[in-house]
Design a protein around this ligand. Structure first.
Ligand SMILES: Nc1ncnc2c1ncn2[C@@H]1O[C@H](COP(=O)(O)OP(=O)(O)OP(=O)(O)O)[C@@H](O)[C@H]1O
Length: 293
């Protein structure tokens, strides 16, 4: 069997008194694109940090492409984008990129790297003059500079605009198609849904779900019924929650048929009716509420 890209076994990470990761077991195969999801404080960043050898586990550990994390990083096998990724301040983007590329035996050809990450207009800029989204693109270029087989990305698109995000995920898909393993932590669940072939949900440092987005969504049985209606009858069968945006009501229901039948019985016009399955966001919320300590 090929060595997994990431083999997390009984990983426990403590920051002082805080138990950030609590005995996590997780295997990620080569070529997978995996989203790490979960609420603030779930342990996503701590897991990524452990995989990069930046924190020492209190118990268990991580093997990265069969090696200890620090060895894998030293060997140029891992490209990382961290939430607080640092860049030297008194340098220009092009200089930093040149230095980082030079440190790898087989760096990504410069023109292609610059075009792929969309930083062609930024090379002459001082690093401290970058906007948040531009900085994230530069960090991506640095992460990719050594053509690593594994990318570990902690909220990589958090500061990007819509266009930047779209371009980012196009790049990630192209890398995944070339066999790169991509593991990313995110709060953008639509992105996870669209891009990841597997989602791993953490809460309170523990794994609460692991599977395809469709499988994780199907763990939540509820659906939602949306319609335009100023007033709705009370006590509709199956309905567990009602939210409103102006005249548009969204009913979370455990029994769509009973809810719709009751609406018809009450002669409520079904204006703009939409019935939807649970979204990944619904599923993650349901799975993580109450799971965290
Ligand atoms: N350096 C640190 N010192 C003390 N506590 C920390 C430190 N880093 C993380 N923690 C704590 O560990 C827990 C897990 O944090 P972590 O950053 O891994 O979660 P996360 O899932 O990445 O959260 P977010 O989505 O907010 O980035 C949290 O309770 C956090 O406050």
């Amino acid at each position: 069997m090929t060595t997994p890209a990431l083999d997390v076994s009984g990983l426990t990470v403590r920051h002082g008194d805080v138990l950030a990761v609590d005995g996590l077991d997780l295997r990620i195969g080569r070529g997978e694109t995996v989203a790490l999801l979960g609420p603030n404080g779930a342990g996503k960043s701590s897991t990524v940090s452990a995989a990069l050898g930046l924190v020492r586990p209190a118990a268990g550990g991580v093997r990265v492409l069969g090696r200890a994390p620090a060895d894998a990083v030293r060997a140029g096998c891992v490209g990382a984008m961290l939430q607080h990724g640092g860049l030297p301040t008194e340098a220009r983007v092009g200089e930093v990129l040149h230095l980082v590329r030079r440190s790898y035996p087989d760096p990504w050809p410069p023109d292609d790297l610059v075009a792929t990450t969309g930083i062609d207009g930024l090379l002459g800029r001082p690093v401290e003059a970058l906007s948040g989204g531009q900085r994230q693109r530069v960090l991506l270029a640095l992460a990719l500079a050594g053509q690593p087989p594994l990318l570990l990305l902690d909220e990589p698109t958090s500061a990007m605009d819509v266009e930047g995000r779209r371009a980012f995920w196009v790049t990630m898909r192209a890398l995944a198609a070339r066999g790169t393993t991509v593991v990313f932590a995110t709060h953008h669940l639509e992105e996870a849904d669209a891009v990841a072939d597997r989602v791993v949900v953490l809460a309170g440092g523990r794994l609460v779900a692991d599977g395809s987005s469709a499988a994780v969504r199907s763990a939540v049985s509820g659906r939602s019924v949306r319609l335009t209606a100023e007033r709705l009858p009370d006590d509709l069968p199956g309905v567990t929650a009602v939210t409103r945006q102006g005249a548009v009501a969204t009913l979370a229901t455990a029994d769509v048929e009973a809810t719709l039948r009751a609406l018809l019985d009450h002669r409520v016009p079904l204006t703009d009716l939409e019935v939807r399955g649970a979204s990944l966001e619904d599923a993650v919320l349901t799975l993580t509420t109450g799971a965290a300590r």
